[in-house]
Design a protein around this ligand. Structure first.
Ligand code: ARG
Length: 245
């Protein structure tokens, strides 16, 4: 009898050890995003966030032995939420000096540029044409910062970029400033009405996307290591082909 109890106890103990082990290997990485930015992040047909960034961070998580949990929130709330509500943020987020005061960024993973969406018959074609115009953008984005620097511009900010595009088509805006790939997706979706103009014609400067981590966090090194592997073994290009090109 004693022997049976002992065997059962041992079995129970090893089971709980196993369980403990498994859960530490699958520690959740809570990742904030704003799924309003195709092709980097959008809500898929199944209601779940999908897109290049989502696939990339899931791949990074896999290589870190962590299970990725996505939290969809307003873009403007992401930086402040890093290290509190969320562990990290991936959201086509441009590295900039002001954000760097609050978060540490991973290595860059994508080069971007602001683009300009206008109505097909618009005469806007160069930087000076944007002066004194009504310009829409997503709240808290580099598109908004870019618009705010234009002489005389009346800047209107939206929580969702698609709402700015809708207001452009409704005649409430003269232009929308947003990153290149989303601009191309929106322009493609409403190609009977609008067109996307290359930001180089407006003298906009290249920007770089990176993952925002808490200041001083060890996550940066782990993420960079995974990112490097993903680039070196061709997975990164595969994701670019799948989601962006
Ligand atoms: N790259 C721009 C920025 O960092 C726009 C990013 C918007 N991302 C999004 N998921 N809505 O400000």
């Amino acid at each position: 009898m004693k022997k049976i109890v002992a065997v059962m106890l041992t079995a129970l103990m090893s089971l709980s050890l196993l369980a403990g082990c498994g859960s530490s290997e699958n520690k959740a990485l809570v990742v904030g995003t704003n799924a309003e930015f195709p092709p980097f992040e959008y809500v898929g047909d199944d209601g779940q966030p999908d897109g290049f960034d989502i696939a990339l961070i899931k791949e990074i998580g896999k290589r870190m032995g962590m299970e990725v949990q996505i939290e969809n929130m307003d873009f403007n709330a992401l930086v402040a939420a890093v290290g509190n509500k969320i562990d990290i943020a991936i959201a086509g987020m441009t590295v900039d000096e002001e954000r760097k005061q609050s978060v540490d960024f991973s290595d860059n993973y994508y080069e971007a540029l602001q683009y300009v969406i206008v109505m097909k018959d618009s005469e806007i074609a160069a930087a000076a044409d944007l002066e004194n115009k009504t310009i829409g953008c997503q709240l808290g984005t580099t598109g908004m910062f870019t618009a705010e620097e234009i002489n005389g511009a009346d800047v209107k900010s939206y929580n969702k970029a698609v709402d700015a595009v809708n207001d452009l088509m409704n005649g409430r805006l003269d232009a929308v400033i947003i990153d290149k790939n989303p601009a191309q997706v929106f322009a493609g979706k409403f190609s009977d009405k609008v067109k996307a103009l290359d930001g180089a014609d407006f003298e906009f400067e290249p920007e770089y996307y990176a993952i925002a981590c808490p200041k001083g966090s060890a996550l940066v090194a782990d993420i960079n290591k995974a990112l490097k592997e993903i680039k070196e073994d061709g997975t990164f290009d595969k994701l670019v082909n799948q989601y962006i090109e």
